[in-house]
Design a binder for this molecule. Structure first.
Ligand code: BDR
Ligand code: CA
Length: 316
């Protein structure tokens, strides 16, 4: 069987337990050429998510330039999620101190340089608020043709999590999400419709822990930490929000998807930050997003566990 071409990507996120697992999956899969990693302000302050990005890259041996993201959303004040991810933004297991520095370029300019220098269009995987990506599109619209697609964790066609209607990443910076969703660049949207179904169960943590080695034991602890928060809300496992945005690029067959037009509500008394999906095509607008709506949970869990085997060999 011929080797599949690697997908050139930029990973933009706010680690965050599920961001960290998404990046750990991306690196382990061997299916990506990870050209740059950028931090964004979301789960915690930009100082904390940048530090976490460096710690995660150090842990998993991901050697790519790291760009520090915008310190706040495009026009609103930052909003963080310590109740979910802790005060550090990545509470739980002790992580190694970073060995890699941040780039002299901030996230937006690092992304721009990366796109300019890439021979083929690059996929951006955005697993936090979309501030950096929007700032990139506003500052460098000429680089749009260099972006193949944007794989987003954000929103939900059916419901929200931080308000009844809005999901955290979109709610934090709805103006940025609007720039992204109206950019004309193909959007792959992993919203709550699918991510709430992509549960990793305690028996799956045990499979990852049983692989052995440092990275797998930390991934199992991240899962445990994330699960404890969600278990208190009645979940049977840890919802893998951000890993869906990576998994959908390499194993689309485990998901169900539907193209539709998605608008972003930037105001609204009840619906600020909502991704309004035109499920039945009533707006007459052409689809701007492929929305992931369902997943074969067992297959998703199996692919995640299998990918983690990479670290056993990498650490040997
Ligand atoms: C999203 O919010 C963050 O807490 C997670 O990292 C994920 O990106 C889920 O709503
Ligand atoms: Ca995230």
């Amino acid at each position: 069987m011929s080797e599949q071409r690697k997908i050139p990507v930029i990973l933009d996120g706010d680690p965050g337990h599920d961001d960290a697992i998404a990046w750990t999956l991306a690196h382990a899969s061997g299916r990506f050429d990870i050209l740059a990693v950028t931090s964004c302000c979301g789960n915690q302050t930009i100082e904390k998510t940048t530090y976490n990005a460096r710690r995660v890259c150090t842990l998993i041996g991901l050697d790519a330039p790291i760009g520090r993201g915008c310190p706040h959303p495009l026009i609103t004040e930052p909003m963080n999620a310590p109740s979910v991810h802790g005060e550090s933004g990545l509470d739980g297991p002790v992580l190694p101190e970073p060995v890699m520095d941040v780039s002299a370029l901030g996230a937006v300019e690092l992304m721009a340089k990366t796109l300019r220098e890439s021979h083929e269009p690059v996929t951006i995987v955005a697993t936090g608020p979309e501030t950096n990506v929007a700032a990139l599109l506003l500052a460098h619209p000429e680089l749009k043709p260099k972006i193949k697609r944007i794989s987003v964790m954000g929103g939900g066609i059916g419901f929200g999590n931080w308000t009844p209607a809005a999901e955290f990443n979109i709610l934090v910076d709805p103006e940025a999400a609007k720039v992204v969703f109206t950019s004309g660049i193909p959007i792959l949207m992993a919203g709550l419709d699918v991510t709430e179904k992509a549960l990793i169960l305690p028996e799956d943590f045990a499979r990852i822990r049983a692989i052995g080695g440092k990275v797998c034991s930390i991934v199992a602890e991240w899962l445990e930490f994330f699960y404890i928060f969600h278990r208190n809300l009645g979940y049977a496992g840890a919802p893998m929000h951000d890993p869906c945005a990576v998994m959908a690029l390499i194993h689309p067959e485990v998901f169900q998807m539907r193209d539709m037009y998605v608008a972003i509500e930037t105001n609204g008394e009840y619906c600020k930050g909502t991704t309004v999906g035109d499920f039945f095509g009533t707006s007459g607008q052409e689809p701007n997003a492929t929305c992931i709506l369902g997943v074969d949970r067992q297959a998703f869990a199996d692919r995640l566990v299998e990918a983690m085997e990479f670290y056993k060999e990498a650490e040997a």
